[in-house]
Design a protein around this ligand. Structure first.
Ligand SMILES: NC(=O)c1ccc[n+]([C@@H]2O[C@H](COP(=O)([O-])OP(=O)(O)OC[C@H]3O[C@@H](n4cnc5c(N)ncnc54)[C@H](OP(=O)(O)O)[C@@H]3O)[C@@H](O)[C@H]2O)c1
Length: 248
């Protein structure tokens, strides 16, 4: 059996209904993980149910949990199973220079990208739902270590994740629970389907990555690695997926 195996591990994935989270959910189902999949949109949850039911490999199970991370943490924590792994993936983005950024927008972004995951984790720890030896992965962003204009709220929320994983890794090491984050560069998903990332802008961005743009599968494989026993000696790190962005 491969050391990268996550078969039979019970894993919570937040933001499972779109982009990177959807890709992680489908791939993890194929390789036999038992999944708790969180989404807030009923129609999208119905679609993912159809998608996953068609993947009949490995007798893996999945459970859909409907809830908004900024409103329903008690309900979500109550429905989650005892876990061997978590991918805190749900997130939103807002591109605005500080002078146009409202306080309410900054708060919403931090609530979604940072506070909700931290408070959900706190609830799960207090309810003893994180198994001994579990692995927790936060999806951060390359933005956290850059200074791109207009990304103050987003970058700061992701930087908060990166510093938190170091603290959490040491707090939870007593139970051999590992905590890491993955910081991807630009990946084509619905998150960047907006007026800013038109084709021209995408080509411009692509030229900054010696290895070209990444895709959701790159994040899937890194998540699998960090959730598997192959990474048993890795905790408190930020795994940057940047296609060589910082080499130039
Ligand atoms: N795409 C990139 O270039 C890129 C680069 C670096 C990091 N990331 C990070 O990767 C993660 C996934 O992004 P993506 O590109 O896959 O984006 P996406 O396609 O927009 O998916 C985001 C997911 O988060 C969910 N979500 C948002 N707010 C939520 C809330 N309050 N409660 C519950 N679920 C919520 C969304 O649910 P709905 O479908 O209901 O909205 C969706 O399932 C994010 O944390 C993002 O910051 C993305």
């Amino acid at each position: 059996m491969s050391i990268f195996n996550i078969k039979n591990k019970t894993i919570l994935i937040t933001g499972a209904t779109s982009g990177i989270g959807l890709e992680i959910s489908k791939e993890f189902k194929k390789i036999g993980a038992n999944l708790n999949l969180l989404g807030r949109n009923k129609k999208k949850l119905n679609n993912i149910e159809l998608d996953l039911k068609n993947i009949k490999k490995n007798n893996s199970s999945f459970k859909l949990i409907k809830g908004d991370l900024t409103q329903d943490l008690d309900l979500i924590a109550a429905e989650v199973d005892n876990l061997d792994g978590i991918v805190f993936n749900a997130g939103i983005v807002d591109y605005k220079p500080l002078k146009f950024l409202d306080e309410s927008e900054l708060i919403e972004l931090f609530n979604t990208n940072y506070f909700s995951s931290i408070f959900l984790l706190k609830k799960l720890i207090k309810q003893d739902k994180i198994n001994y030896g579990a692995s927790i992965v936060f999806i951060s962003s390359l933005s956290a270590s850059l200074g791109v204009p207009g990304t103050l709220a987003y970058s700061a929320s992701k930087a908060s994740i990166n510093s938190s994983v170091r603290v959490l890794a040491s707090e939870l090491s007593r139970k051999k629970i590992r905590v890491n984050s993955i910081a991807p560069g630009l990946i084509k998903t619905p998150l960047i389907e907006n007026e800013i990332f038109n084709n021209e802008k995408l080509m411009e961005e692509k030229s900054k990555y010696p290895l070209g743009l990444g895709n959701a599968k790159d994040v899937v494989y890194s998540s699998q690695f960090l959730l598997s026993d192959a990474s048993r000696w890795i905790t408190g790190i930020v795994l940057e997926l940047n296609g060589g962005f910082k080499l130039k």
